[in-house]
Write a protein that binds this ligand. Sequence first.
Ligand code: SF4
Ligand code: ZN
Length: 400
Amino acid sequence: MPKRKEKSEIEKALSQKLSRREFLKKAALGAIGVGVGAYALDRIFFGGQELPAASQTMTQSLSKWSKEAYNFIQLGGNRVKCMTCPHGCILDENGVGICRAKVNKNGKLYSIAYGNPCAVHIDPVEKKPLFHFYPGSTAYSLATGGCNLRCLNCQNWDISQASPLETKNIDLMPEQVVDEALSNNCKSIAYTYSDPLAFYEYTLDSCKIARGKGVKNILVTAGYINTAPLKEWCKYVDAAHVDLKSFSEEIYNKLNSATLQPVLNTIKTMKEQGVWVEIINLVVPTWTDKMDMIKQMCEWIHKNCGEDQVLHFSRFYPQHKLTNLPQTPVDTLEQARKTAIDSGLNYVYIGNVPGHNAENTLCPKCGKIVVERQGYTIKQNNLVNGTCKNCGQKIAGIWK
Ligand code: SF4
Ligand SMILES: [Zn+2]
């Protein structure tokens, strides 16, 4: 197993992270070298929630952390349309996208999340979670500010719901990301925490360099992306954790400010393109805990992805705008898991419940434990060349 350094210089640099309020105050006083755009307060409503209007404006000029976007069209009159995700933001001059990470400057679209991550950590790959992808390895994990969703239950809202101009960032260009991953003996780089879609250009360029140097690439994403940029991503991505947040357009609209169908398309496209995919479903009490909906979701997964599709049910803890709700009862998660197994799925896990035995991988043929986990630690690995040591059954995954 690769040896992890105690704490990289970059982790140390970020460990003194300021709160958003502290940062904004210091930035206003000129104490931080990252400018803060002057945002108009116009708002639009989407799915019953407040979203920044695509015409929201900024006065910030482009910086070294700006990169011309890879997916946009010019509409004339200095307006542009972003083609990266299904929101399809149309931006006037100085307009900012819903993700807060793209701006129109002089009739061209720019990412302002390029080489300026606000979170960098070395994590066990099990923390992503990915259970069937190089177990026990580490992933050099990073994020910038911004996200194209507005999940009411977001765990990382302080960075996902902030502009990359508001977060405390470090300077880390794609070549340096890969060098840092290599020097920390990380098997992979994970683009995670907020949503890599918000820093698409940075992710794609880092993935290309990593691929050339033998480092694996992992996306941890809600999968709310258009097919063309997704296919370009898939050329360089090895594995993905995709959040399938519910199986209802209405719930997607109200809980996440998004839509379901593009996420289903993403899962199918990634699999067609050869990316190792694990699906995560967060079971949120009163929102996504109805067993008939979970059953429909599992049947769709079985039909479209096959019996070996890995599925994780994750426990909700009160977060962000849903602090009024209780955590998910373990019994509900166990019912969801049973529903998935009854639908024919072989590898179904329960996450965020430390010590639960549904963290282990069981052989679908003989039922013995093939990978035993406790939290993010591998207690036993009984795989022999990707097969069950006991009965020889092939276990789906990328193991070595
Ligand atoms: S990536 Fe951002 S700017 Fe582009 S369409 Fe999506 S939310 Fe809008
Ligand atoms: Zn077996």
